[in-house]
Design a protein around this ligand. Sequence first.
Ligand code: FDA
Length: 393
Amino acid sequence: MQRKSDVIVIGAGAAGMMCAIRAAQRGRSVTVLDHARAPGEKIRISGGGRCNFTNINAGPKNFLSANPHFCKSALARFTPADFIAMVDRHGIAWHEKTLGQLFCDNSAKDIIFMLLDEMRAAGAVWHLGVEISGVEKTEGGFRVSTSEGLFEAASLVIATGGKSIPKMGATGFAYRIAEQFGLAVTETRAALVPLTLDPTLLESIAPLSGISAPAEIRHGKTAFREALLFTHRGLSGPAILQISSYWREGDAITIDIEPDIDIAAHLKKAKQVNGRQSAQTALGEILPKRLAQHIVEREGVSGNMADLSDKLLTRLADAAQNWSLKPSGSEGYRTAEVTFGGIDTAALDSRSLQAKDVAGLYFIGECVDVTGWLGGYNFQWAWASGFAAGEAL
Ligand code: FDA
């Protein structure tokens, strides 16, 4: 077993493997350590098993961070086109699903095999199932104590991801190492996560469980137009996952169902064309029937359309398109796709991802306070930040 190398990468996930590839290609001897039994486990389960490996529109605007400029340098030096070129070199078939999101045609495992092939070709070595018990600074670099003994290297890269899905081995390891070396960590919370509702509200929307509809979800000045899904726990679907990264406890969100349709105008026209139909029927022409029923009951509206004032029809439309509610919380790290916040970017050099005050120590990927939107952006950050560190160390 290789005990001394130029670089140790802790974490054989997306960022760690990309970093190992680039550093090894540049002639560094690289050892990757991971406590999991298999590399890239999150890649394997990502994108419903097909890995949404990048987004062709990825740019700094798609990322949240206390310093929105921090991600620019790494993203500019390893772009979606660079990753696509690697995927193409390996003959992996892919397609654009929607909104610039690229997925494997076959399996996310294609991406894992590609990264392992690249690591092998570049000469990086990896050890799996290794428990890390401590990290210390030495004169020449770093010493890592593990269940397999000591490993030493001049540079140490922390690529252990965030806290989401603890069942899959996610730990707060990166934050502990940051604290050990005096780097600040910003507040972390579950992001890209379904939102929950208080029991009364949940009971009232329980009949809607399973319904999905196009929606615009707004929080302050931020809005996402994608699908909304009602679940037996609360609200989910891509639009909700996106807004969850911006939402904080106590905040309200606004739901606009079928944002491309002027529901008030539709109802007023329906009243003229067929005054004898009910509001529920008219609303049910645009919205899923159960949702139409829920809205009409919630607003206490009954009778024929002909008997309903235009003001009342506007109120009904508003109940669907200007629906303000306060989620009670989120499903938390158990189901969150990512962790918001992390290693304070003020402590890192944006070009290399190296700690400003600890020479040779790097943090990459999800553990850094850079959080992407849903849709391939988080992997793009993992590839780009891994590549940036791999170029620098
Ligand atoms: P990542 O979590 O991938 O890797 C960290 C590695 O460190 C793991 O191998 C882990 O075992 C290891 N590790 C952790 N603690 C350790 C310790 N104490 N000691 C040793 N090793 C340790 N993003 C996207 O862009 N497109 C998508 O389709 C999806 N889909 C998706 C689905 C689901 C269900 C989830 C949970 C997440 C996604 N994501 C996603 C997000 C994406 O998976 C995530 O942003 C990246 O995997 C982050 O890459 P990292 O390399 O930073 O961490």
